[in-house]
Design a protein around this ligand. Sequence first.
Ligand code: F0G
Length: 447
Amino acid sequence: MEPFRIKTVEPIPFLSAEERQQILDEVDHNIFRVRACDVTIDLLTDSGTTAMSSAQWSALLRGDESYAGGSSYERFEQTARELTGFPKMIPTHQGRGAERILFTEMLSPGQITASNTHFDSTRANIEMLDCRAVDLPCPEAADLIDQSPFKGNIDLDQLRELLAGPDGEKLGAVIMTVTNNAGGGQPVSLANLRSTQEVCQKYRVPLLLDASRFAENAHLIVAREPGQENRSPREVARTMFDLADGCWASLKKDGLSNTGGLIALRDTETAARCRELLIAWEGFPTYGGLTGRDLEALAQGLREVTEPAYLADRAETAQWFADALAEAGLPVMRPASCHAVYADAGRLLPHIPPTEFPGVALVCELYRAAGVRTTEFGTLTLGHDDKPAPHELVRLALPRRVYTRSHLEYVVEAVSDAVGRAEQLTGYELAGPQPPMRHFTARLSPL
Ligand code: F0G
């Protein structure tokens, strides 16, 4: 059962299928443009959607809103330093603010970053600096139902090949996204991180973690990696950080808060230069785009997120949800991760080609029929122009501490109904311009 009880509640809206069909038509079938007040169960993202604890809400009142040198920053900085072991902490308003600063400071035009998989905002921030982001997921990741425990790993052979080859000189950083969100929320093992560190040290390339879901990755290491079973998630997280030269994170995930980001570094000079950009783009170094109360909520959230009971419940819920959806007939990615279940819309809807966005068809149907909001992680989001994504996925993300099993049972029923209508679903056509991250603004019409 959930290791918390509920103190504050919000009503859930229930619209009719006809009302939702009209809404879909009005928003050009782009789920990001549906108003939240028209959504019954919102599994769009686990980012910024966390329910805060009573301890976090009470910490808000302690927020010190001084422009410079506030005590809330000191509490945030100390908590993050104890957790990560990195001596230099730079708060940002969210993850992509951290990405922009860190990459502007660390990369020069023409350089390359290699990663287990770059998240979309990470890739966008790298490419906007005229650099190239190369994804090197491990081979097991390509098989959605392969049960390997660490499908978030980087392909070490390919990384070595890249570094030893003609482009090796151009490598500006190796990035490990933990857990690997664009790769299905799959975790990275300590063994893979260790070997990556060795390779990076040999070639003198900095190793950075995108630590947005560090606690979930640490929990999955404890649960799955031989020799780690008797350690706490916090100890394992510390080992992960110890292997890297620095990290950044969107704290809207494992910061258990509604906003926030972080850069944490070992190197004093890099940190000093990042702070100069921080002042220009985010704010003074002791608040970095956040309020004092945000920093308080984060300091408390970063302590709560590594609690074993919280993490075990989160992983068990995701596992239960994946199993129940599979039983309802939805092909899902294996093994289950923590923050979401990824469904294989390509396999559910083989009659819809990638160019007609099978993931969008499933997303729209779940919203139309049941008011369940999910998001496409297929050709619309991860492909471009005529290049389809490797898989046509739909992500059912799990906001932290927000929905109970009974809410998720409702989703399973909705999915079961939609699966029964799979053959009748049709694809979508994309209209209008196609900017980077086109999924946020796309206009689509059913075929
Ligand atoms: N890195 C990862 C792995 C992410 O999942 C995200 C955001 C970011 C960086 C950017 O952080 O949103 O705070 O600016 N992921 C969200 C999602 C948006 O829905 O998965 P941000």
